[in-house]
Design a binder for this molecule. Structure first.
Ligand SMILES: [Zn+2]
Length: 500
């Protein structure tokens, strides 16, 4: 296959119709980065159009990862029995002292990892300590663009550290440790807000290729004034706003104690909800919370793999959809997920919907799950008019699956097999914006072997540099866990853990 095509026709492939569970033979004409026409085999193409042979390949819209973290791509396999709170406790040791090169390399690596497993776009909540920088975000965007992946990058910000966010936690730490976690204090709100303004005003990338959004990370980590300011900045610049919402029971309980109402009711009262708003995880929502988000036209980034890995609980994804809420699927970052494989995340969404009810009518069907991983996620990214479907007028973001791969032998039902069988092994080629970025299993954008060496060197250096932080946060694990598990054992009015 050609690596760059300005004008091409994809011939002989089977185009997946997710809802009909069908895959008819069809040709696709691509002009520039956009799908111009889809028609029966033999579709007329302009003279000089490059022909891409797709015989024996299943063509599906690129999967869209609705929630990940670029800084996390260097951390796969970190920790084991971590709750969300233990992951947040380990954050300084995992993410400190990153250079601009590290930020670039992490996103390049993560971008290639996602492409390899059939993802063509992601929503990335990118973290820099103690505050975001234009240079850091620009390096992250360049990493993804050099890989060839489409991205929406949201600087992840807060004005309270994790230790300040959970009421009573700081007081529970021994005096010496309390002093040490002072080092993790974030920049004052005003400084972070002016950094965000600078990033927004100077952002140099095309919004559909490397767009910008804002991510005030977690309600408890943001003062009301800070959150409201982030929200106005996002609205003023027509950007998305992405938050982790009621991810863990600890947050739900601590939120109720602090605000006297649910986290969702609280942020609704601050006026931050709207069609541009994406709530990540949203595990500990009650029915009123779901209705609030639906009424505001918001989106959910459902991250079933991360919710299982961190023991956060099972998010009521099917109920959200029944209430008219748009739901996408994400992997979450590699420090808690750990691969960036959207086929796996989609399968986990399907499976985890089944352990909460004996009635199969309440489960996610495979076509629902795959529609969530494509159209639902695209909407969360604010790119619903551009990606998520194979259709004329949309960007040519197409995954080519090898029907000779044993995952598809025999070929019974394309939608069921993509969700229930495929694990990324059948990904043959990937086109993003009309450009082939993975060609018959080989990246056309970057030499992965060269990348591996440099990433390994940098990760070893960072581990050395962050050694004392690792020792400090390891020393805090017991008391943090004890305090937070205590909170999680208290009563909350919905249950999202499934009894064994
Ligand atoms: Zn996250």
């Amino acid at each position: 296959m050609a690596t760059r095509v300005d004008h091409c026709v994809i011939r002989g492939g089977r185009v997946l119709d997710i809802r009909r569970h069908a895959a008819e033979l069809a040709d696709i004409l691509v002009v520039g980065d956009t799908i111009r026409e889809i028609g029966p085999p033999g579709l007329e193409a302009p003279a000089g159009a490059v022909v891409i042979e797709a015989a024996d390949l299943l063509l599906l819209p690129g999967l869209v990862n609705a929630h990940t973290h670029g800084h996390g791509h260097l951390g796969k396999g970190s920790g084991d029995r971590w709750t969300l709170e233990l992951l947040l406790n380990a954050g300084p040791a995992l993410n400190s002292n990153r250079t601009l090169e590290d930020k670039y390399l992490a996103c390049l690596l993560g971008g290639l990892d996602m492409i390899r497993s059939g993802t063509t776009a992601c929503y990335d909540l990118f973290y820099e300590f103690p505050l975001p920088s234009f240079e850091g975000l620009e390096a992250a965007a360049r990493g993804y663009r050099d890989a060839g992946l489409r991205v929406v990058l949201a600087p992840m910000v807060a004005d309270h550290s994790f230790y300040e966010a959970i009421h009573g936690l700081l007081e529970a730490l021994p005096a010496a440790q309390r002093e040490m976690v002072e080092r993790f204090r974030l920049a004052p709100a005003a400084e972070t807000l002016s950094a965000l303004e600078a990033i927004v005003s100077r952002w140099p990338f095309d919004a559909s290729e490397a767009g910008l959004a804002l991510a005030p990370t977690i309600p408890l980590h943001c003062s009301d004034d800070f959150l409201t300011a982030c929200s106005s900045l996002a609205r003023g610049a027509s950007l998305g706003l992405h938050m982790h919402l009621a991810e863990s029971k600890v947050q739900a309980v601590a939120g109720m104690r602090r605000y006297g109402r649910t986290l969702t009711a609280h942020i609704e009262s601050l006026g931050v909800l709207g069609p541009h708003f994406t709530a990540a995880h949203a595990v500990w929502l009650d029915d009123d919370d779901i209705s609030r988000l639906a009424d505001h036209g918001a989106s959910i980034a459902h991250n079933p793999g991360s919710n299982l890995r961190l023991g956060s609980g099972i998010a009521p994804a099917r109920r959200m959809r029944e209430r008219g809420l748009s739901v996408g699927i994400g992997t979450d970052g590699s420090q808690c997920s750990d691969n960036q494989n959207m086929f796996e995340a989609t399968r986990l969404a399907s499976f985890s919907s089944r352990i909460v009810s004996p009635d199969p009518e309440c489960w996610l069907s495979t076509d629902e799950a795959l529609t969530m991983a494509t159209e639902g996620s695209a909407r969360a990214l604010g790119l619903g008019r551009h990606v998520g479907r194979i259709a004329p007028g949309l960007k040519a973001d197409i995954v080519f699956l090898d029907l000779g791969n044993l995952n598809f032998v025999p070929f019974n039902d394309p939608t069921n097999q993509v969700v229930l069988t495929e694990n990324g092994a059948a990904v043959d080629s990937v086109m993003i914006g009309g450009r082939i970025v993975l060609d018959r299993g080989r990246f056309t954008t970057f030499d992965v072997h060269r990348l591996r060496e440099r990433v390994s060197e940098r990760v070893a250096a960072l581990r050395e540099q962050n050694r004392d932080l690792a020792a400090l946060t390891l020393g805090l694990e017991k008391v943090v866990s004890h305090f937070c598990v205590g909170l999680a054992r208290s009563h909350y009015h919905v249950e999202r853990f499934v009894p064994a």
